[in-house]
Design a protein around this ligand. Structure first.
Ligand code: NDP
Length: 397
C-alpha cells in the first residue's frame, strides 16, 4: 500500500500520472493536484483509472500544501510543477514528515540561477525529520546522473571525462515551440555556458562552443555547450572528474527565433508596465507560444540522450557511451504527450518507486547519483526507456 501525491499537471505531470497508474502493485492510491484542477481532471479522465483523485493547490502557499498533504497523507510527494515551487513544497513536506522528489532544481523567479545550494541547505532538517528528498529525477538531470553512477560502479576504476549529450531530433511542425515549460526552457538555454575543468568552472558566452556530434540512429547534429544543473552535483559526487560538460542540439531555426526573442526583450524576466499593468515579458511570451503538452500529436522523430565517458579501468584508458533513444510518436501513443515530457516523467515515477520499495530510502537530501543505480537501470528497461551501451567507441569529444 503506498500513496503518492503528484503536484503539477503539465506535460511531465501527465506522464507521471500515466506511469504510476500502470504500476498498480507499488502505487495503490494516487492524487494529482495542480493550480488548475480542470487540467488534473482531464488527465485522470484520459487515464480512466478511478484510483486517481484530483485537487486544486497553489504550490507557493505552504499552509495550503500542508492541508492537502494532511488530508491525503501520501508517502511521497512528486513535484513536477515548476522549479519556483521546490522550496515551498519541501517546507510542506518537512512540516508533515513526507518524503519528496523533483525533476529540476529550485530557481528564484527574479533571477535565472541554477544551483542546488538552496535545496542542499535542507539536508540536516530532512535527516532529522527522518524523510528523504530525491533531487533531479527526470532525464537530465536524473537518468544522466544514474548513467554516470552506473558507469563509475561497473565500468571504471576512475571516471575522468564526462560529456552529457542531449539531442532532440524530433520535428513538431511548428516554427518555434519549446519542449517543456517555455519560461523555464528559455531561461535555461539563453544563459552563459559553463563547464568544469581541472577543479574549476569555465564560463563561455551563450552558445559560443559548438560542434557536430553523431547521435545513434539519427546522424550528425550541431551540439552546443550549455550549463546544465546536474554538472554541479556530479563533479561534487565524482571528484575524479577532470572535465564535465553538457551538450544540447539546437536547430538553426530555433536559434534564430531565440535570438530575436532576446533582442526584442521578450526573454526579460523583470516586470515591465504595460497599460498600467505589470507584466513579465517571458511570462507573456509563454501565454502565446504553443503549449508543450500539446505538441505530441504531430511530433515525429527521436530524442537521444546519453553520457560519453572516458577514464581508467585496470590501469588502461577506456571509453563508454550509454544512451537512450526515445520516439516522440511512441510516447504520444502511450501517454498523449511528446518525448521530452515522457523521458522526464518515466524516471520520476521510477525514482518514487525506488523510494517506496525501500531501495532508495535514507534520511536526508540527495541527488540521484548518490543512490544504487542498479535497480533504477533495470526499471528503465522495463518502463519504456531502454538503454544501450557502447564500449571503447569513438566519443568524438
Ligand atoms: P508545464 O508548464 O507543462 O507544467 C507545469 C505545471 O505546474 C502546470 O500544470 C502548472 O499549472 C503547474 N503549476 C505552476 N505553478 C503552480 C503553482 N504555483 N501551484 C500549483 N501548480 C502550479 O511544465 P512541464 O510539465 O513541461 O515541466 C514540469 C517540470 O519538469 C518543470 O520543473 C521542468 O523544469 C521539469 N523538467 C525536467 C526535465 C528533466 O529532464 N529533468 C526535462 C523537462 C522538464 P497551470 O496548468 O495552472 O499553469
Amino acid at each position: 500500500m503506498s500513496k503518492v501525491l503528484i503536484i503539477g499537471a503539465g506535460g511531465v505531470g501527465t506522464v507521471v500520472a500515466h506511469k504510476v497508474a500502470q504500476v498498480k502493485d507499488v502505487f495503490t492510491d494516487i492524487m494529482l493536484a495542480s493550480r488548475t484542477k480542470s487540467k488534473c481532471d482531464a488527465i485522470a479522465k484520459a487515464i480512466g483509472d478511478s484510483r486517481i483523485k484530483t485537487a486544486a493547490v497553489d504550490a507557493e502557499n505552504v499552509p495550503q500544501l500542508i492541508e492537502l498533504i494532511n488530508s491525503f497523507k501520501p508517502d511521497m510527494v512528486i513535484n513536477v510543477a515548476l522549479p519556483y515551487q521546490d522550496l515551498t513544497i519541501m517546507d510542506a513536506c518537512l512540516a508533515t514528515k513526507t518524503s519528496y522528489l523533483d525533476t529540476a532544481n529550485y530557481e528564484p523567479k527574479e533571477e535565472a540561477k541554477f544551483e542546488y545550494s538552496w535545496q542542499w541547505a535542507y539536508q540536516e532538517k530532512f535527516k532529522q525529520a527522518g524523510i528523504t528528498a530525491i533531487l533531479g529525477c527526470g532525464f537530465d538531470p536524473g537518468v544522466t546522473s544514474v548513467f554516470t553512477a552506473y558507469a563509475a560502479k561497473h565500468h571504471f576504476d576512475e571516471i575522468q571525462y564526462l560529456d552529457i549529450v542531449d539531442c532532440n531530433a524530433g520535428d513538431h511542425g511548428k516554427a518555434f515551440a519549446t519542449n517543456f515549460n517555455p519560461e523555464i526552457n528559455i531561461r535555461e538555454v539563453t544563459q552563459k555556458g559553463k563547464y568544469w575543468e581541472n577543479g574549476k568552472w569555465v564560463e563561455t558566452q551563450p552558445h559560443e562552443i559548438h560542434k557536430p556530434l553523431n547521435y545513434p540512429g539519427i546522424g550528425p547534429k550541431e551540439s552546443y555547450l550549455i550549463y546544465h544543473e546536474e554538472l554541479e552535483s556530479l563533479v561534487k559526487n565524482f571528484p575524479t572528474l577532470k572535465r564535465a560538460r553538457f551538450w544540447m542540439t539546437f536547430g538553426q531555426e530555433y536559434l534564430t527565433h531565440l535570438r530575436v526573442i532576446q533582442n526584442i526583450g521578450m526573454a526579460r524576466i523583470d516586470p515591465v508596465m504595460y497599460n498600467g499593468v505589470e507584466i513579465v515579458p517571458i511570462q507573456f511570451l509563454k501565454a502565446v507560444l504553443p503549449n508543450p503538452g500539446d505538441l505530441g500529436e504531430n511530433y515525429k522523430g527521436w530524442t537521444s540522450i546519453g553520457c560519453r565517458i572516458r577514464g581508467l579501468k585496470d590501469g588502461k584508458e577506456k571509453t563508454y557511451y550509454v544512451y537512450n533513444n526515445c520516439s516522440h510518436e511512441e510516447a504520444y501513443k502511450e501517454t498523449g504527450t511528446q518525448g521530452v515530457s515522457y523521458t522526464t516523467g518515466v524516471p520520476a515515477m521510477i525514482g518514487a518507486m525506488m523510494y517506496l520499495k525501500g531501495l532508495w530510502k535514507k534520511p536526508g537530501v540527495f541527488n540521484v547519483e548518490e543512490f544504487d543505480p542498479d535497480p533504477f537501470m533495470e526499471a528503465l528497461n522495463k518502463h519504456g526507456l531502454p538503454w544501450v551501451e557502447v564500449h571503447n567507441g569513438d566519443l568524438e569529444l
